[in-house]
Design a protein around this ligand. Structure first.
Ligand code: SAM
Length: 308
């Protein structure tokens, strides 16, 4: 297979907080190129065990190759992290990691359709079982729905203008390639600095195609259920919509009450045990050095929670 290129972000920070211990049991829900998984396996030694998954078959293959020297100590399956409930025992892990989003490898392979730099089909599916590609959404969704996606999932201020321009263009013919869409957005949104003006639109489409936010919401609860007491969950997010879900999840379990009914009003609150402790109040961000070495790290934020 093609060389799998991905530099793990915040590696020292993740290992320093998950503190993988000899003989421990860890789960990596987004194995990717297995950079984090490898560091965890090194720390847990021959009696430890790492289980993991990735929804992308190419990542699973690359991870198995990279981790070959730890044979017998790990197992990686091609699954979405929301699908691991039947496989894994609840309350049995010392730590779990979600390093969200896309790997550099996925960006680098033009045919996967994630990249603004190389021409490819507008695909963006991390898992080939997903039915609708980014091209299907761009060509078939109503303009209003596209505008909502660009705003909600990309925070794109020009969301409506881009959606309108797509509407005009597809009246002439299908929008099928990454560079065709990138060029169209560039004609609508002015270029500022080095970041391509279509970056947010591409991110938003990717989030929609892979249903990333709903999966994350579900996945956080599932990862939490895998942990034993004192187990830690580390989550690396790359944009504000993801970060918001992680903060809300942590807040719900650390505030000492649950809400009975729809509204979070004092009258609806019932006392509930505090289940979670944040390792740090603020998200951990990469150092200047790391960003200079790996520009993909620039938007990364790490949050770590401990189960009480
Ligand atoms: C940023 S990369 C992970 C890199 C990895 N930590 C490493 O050290 O190489 C994110 C990976 O998560 C996978 N992924 C994203 N969402 C997923 C989900 N819901 N279930 C399973 N895998 C997912 C992607 O396919 C991608 O390979």
């Amino acid at each position: 297979m093609a060389l799998f290129n991905h530099t793990p972000v915040l590696l020292k920070e993740v290992v320093g907080r998950l503190t993988p211990k000899p003989g421990g049991r860890y789960f990596d829900g987004t194995v990717g190129g297995a950079g984090h998984a490898e560091a965890i396996l090194e720390a847990i030694g021959p009696t430890g065990r790492l289980l993991g998954c990735d929804q992308d078959g190419a990542a699973v293959e690359a991870a198995n190759e990279r981790l070959a020297r730890f044979e017998g100590q790990f197992e990686i399956r091609q699954l979405n992290f929301v699908e691991v409930g039947d496989w894994l025992d609840q309350g049995s892990f010392d730590g779990a990691l979600l390093d969200l989003g896309v790997s550099s490898h996925q960006f680098d392979v033009a045919e996967r359709g994630f990249s603004l730099r190389w021409d490819g089909p507008l695909d963006m599916r991390m898992d080939q079982r997903i039915e609708r590609t980014a091209g299907d959404l761009v060509n078939e969704l109503p303009e209003s729905e596209l505008g909502r996606i660009f705003w909600d999932y990309g925070g794109e201020p020009g969301a409506r203008a881009v959606a309108k321009a797509i509407g005009r263009e597809r009246g002439v013919g299908r929008i099928d390639s990454t560079l065709q869409l990138a060029g169209l957005v560039e004609r609508i949104l002015p270029r500022r600095g080095r970041i391509h003006p279509a970056t947010r639109v591409f991110q938003a489409l990717r989030v929609a195609v892979n249903d990333e936010l709903r999966r994350l919401e579900e996945g956080l609860g599932l990862m939490w259920s895998l942990l034993r007491s004192k187990g830690r969950l580390a989550v690396i997010t790359f944009h504000s919509a993801e970060a918001r879900l992680v903060k809300q999840f942590g807040r719900r379990l650390s505030r000492g009450y649950r809400v009975d009914g729809d509204a979070d009003l004092p009258a609806f609150r019932q006392p509930a045990p505090v289940e979670l402790r944040w390792m740090e109040k603020k998200a951990i961000q990469p150092t200047r050095d790391e960003i200079l070495r790996n520009s993909r790290a620039r938007s990364a934020q790490l949050r770590v929670m401990e189960k009480l």
